[in-house]
Ligand binder design. Structure first.
Ligand code: HEC
Length: 146
């Protein structure tokens, strides 16, 4: 019982701190995280185009899965600002948003295992699925910026 209460307290503190950090940083932590997703996707894409070593996709895929696990925490309640591209619908459909982050995490984890299998065609097919989960979330929750 005591333990559960303590954990809830710690989570509340983390949410508050997250909100403060998001407001102070010029470039928001979630934009940094999204950029890191893009960078790791690019590494894998180039590896596939260059007909490279499938196993080399494992590390960036793992990184994508790790970042995906943090997405919900990067969008704390009340962190919507007029000048970012995050739509208010995120907080109205929170469970769906979290589910979409989880799909990215799951597909990226599968991509890391596919890379371990060593077959570049399998990696390529799974890479498409990962990209699909980025698009599915952006389509619904990211403001068109151009
Ligand atoms: C669960 C939803 C979700 C998923 C999954 C997701 N994104 Fe995003 N992404 C967003 C939202 C929302 C924004 C707008 C954030 C903002 O402006 O604060 C964004 C913004 C971005 C940006 C622009 C960042 C900037 O500097 O403004 C890039 C690049 C990006 N995402 C890449 C990716 C890639 C690559 C993937 C897949 C590997 C991905 N995202 C998966 C929701 C998602």
């Amino acid at each position: 019982m005591m333990r559960k209460k303590l954990m809830i307290g710690a989570a509340a503190v983390a949410v508050v701190l997250g909100g403060i950090v998001a407001q102070v940083a010029a470039e928001s932590p979630r934009e940094d995280a999204m950029k890191a997703l893009g960078k790791n996707m690019k590494v894998i894409k180039e590896l596939i185009s260059a007909n490279g070593n499938a196993a080399d996709a494992a590390a960036p895929a793992q990184k994508i899965a790790e970042i995906a696990a943090k997405i919900p925490d990067l969008f704390p309640q009340g962190s919507d600002t007029p000048d970012d591209a995050a739509k208010a619908e995120i907080w109205q459909n929170w469970d769906d948003f979290v589910a979409k982050a989880k799909s990215l995490q799951d597909e990226a984890t599968m991509l890391a295992s596919a890379a371990g299998g060593g077959d570049l065609a399998t990696v390529g097919a799974q890479f498409e699925k990962v990209g699909g989960t980025c698009g599915a979330c952006h389509k619904q929750y990211r403001e068109k910026t151009n």
